[in-house]
Design a protein around this ligand. Structure first.
Ligand code: FBP
Length: 337
């Protein structure tokens, strides 16, 4: 297969009318910033980038040095590009305006600069997740409320996994595509076009240590998977949990599967563990464009009207059949109350 670089792919998609010039330039700027984050993560202990930063983020979590480094790389790279009106980071309380000395654009960028940070120091895959929205017309100083748009209004979404290979997975509403970083050339090269996730799967991902805190429908659903071929589902299921959402989702994008971070008694007051704007919405767009499904266990994630920049939600995503079964058990249980 002739190698197609990300830039070439975006030019072809522009000619096809699938993406406009400003949006494709913004995607290139984000991808370039992620190449710099890949270099930093690859250095590990030799780069002095492991361990705690000694600071906390808006979520009240201790920040890792690489959380802060990745956040700064993305902010700096996107400040001068000219495609953005403002950006928002999982690591920062408020949106970041574009410095007055730089031209402003028509887009809003949201990002989780380093997802899976609990895995950084143990050399397990981590990643960057991003989502791009249109800045409402006439808004020159975007505030948090201007970012609170349903996932269905996303213009583009993507993630980069910093693993054995550095891989970018991207959608702008015309399928989901994968690019692998060619370190020699320094370019992302198209490695899979128009990815389709199998509707059926025998592989699930969930943090089983939270089982005792789950709601009854989740207990029932996972109980049936664990019962295997002798149980009501009549087949055996295997389990995986990397505890880096990007890595767990990339496995699903690669070979199918289903991922859950359900509501449980421990996190009920927060509404969930994962963030709607930085994690759930972009991953839902990518998964749906690859033929999968994504719900909160009760409703389609991308149809939610966001109420806060750092809002958390339950996440069920992946192979359509299993997301539908697990969601049905929750809706059915609610209806029986
Ligand atoms: P951050 O690292 O961005 O805070 O993301 C949260 C996360 O690490 C997800 O990547 C992952 O799916 C989940 O939390 C792991 O949760 P747990 O530690 O409960 O297994």
């Amino acid at each position: 297969m002739k190698s197609i670089s990300l830039i070439q792919f975006l030019i072809e998609e522009r000619r096809a009318g699938h993406v406009n010039a400003e949006l494709s330039l913004l995607i290139e700027v984000v991808a370039r910033a992620c190449k710099r984050i890949a270099v930093a993560t690859n250095k590990g202990a030799l780069g002095g980038v492991l361990g705690e930063a000694g600071t906390g983020n808006i979520q009240g979590e201790a920040q890792k040095k690489l959380d802060v480094i990745s956040n700064e790389i993305l902010l700096e790279a996107n400040a001068w590009g000219g495609q953005l009106a403002a950006c928002a980071s999982e690591e920062m309380e408020d949106p970041q305006p574009i410095p007055d000395m730089y031209p402003k654009g028509h887009h809003l960028l949201l990002f989780d600069p380093l997802d899976g940070s609990s895995n950084i120091d143990v050399n397990i895959s981590v990643g960057t997740i991003f989502s791009i929205l249109r800045c409402p017309d006439g808004v020159t100083e975007p505030k948090a409320e201007h970012f609170l748009q349903p996932g269905t209004t996303q213009l583009a979404a993507g993630y980069v996994v910093y693993g054995p290979a550095t891989v970018l997975v991207l959608t702008f509403g015309h399928g989901t595509h994968e690019f692998t970083l060619d370190r020699e050339v320094g370019s992302f090269i198209l490695s899979r076009r128009d990815i389709r996730i199998p509707e059926e799967t025998a592989e699930f991902a969930i943090n089983m240590s939270n089982q005792r805190h789950w709601e009854a429908p989740m207990q029932r659903y996972i109980g049936e998977l664990l019962a295997g071929k002798d149980g009501p589902r009549g087949k055996d299921f295997n389990m995986r949990w990397v505890a880096s959402m990007v890595a767990d989702v990339h496995r699903i994008i690669t070979r199918g599967g289903v991922f859950f971070y359900p509501l449980d008694a421990k996190i009920k007051s927060k509404g969930g563990k994962l963030r709607l704007m930085y994690e759930a919405n972009p991953m839902s767009f990518i998964i749906e464009q690859a033929g999968g499904a994504a719900t909160t266990g009760r409703e389609r994630i991308m149809a939610l009207q966001p109420t806060g920049l750092h809002q958390r939600v339950p996440v069920f995503l992946g192979s359509k059949k299993e997301v539908e079964v697990a969601t049905h058990y929750h809706v059915e249980a609610d209806a029986a109350v």
